[in-house]
Design a protein around this ligand. Structure first.
Ligand SMILES: [Zn+2]
Length: 61
């Protein structure tokens, strides 16, 4: 049974599809801010948490 208090395996940011280091995933430029890490208003991008990159699943086949 999953531990609801454990956040160890949760994606870091809303734009992440998986936690960093998950097999079959990789970092990519955040599509929401194009890698700038900021929104048009100069605020940290909520999709990537301001990092400019997200973790996404790498297409299999
Ligand atoms: Zn972003």
């Amino acid at each position: 049974m999953p531990d609801p208090n454990s956040n160890a395996n949760a994606p870091t940011n809303p734009g992440d599809e998986a936690p960093a280091g998950t097999p079959g995933t990789g970092e990519d430029v955040c599509p929401a801010c194009s890698g700038s890490g900021k929104t048009g208003d100069g605020q940290p991008c909520p999709n990537c948490g301001g990092s400019g990159t997200i973790v996404e699943a790498i297409g299999g086949g």
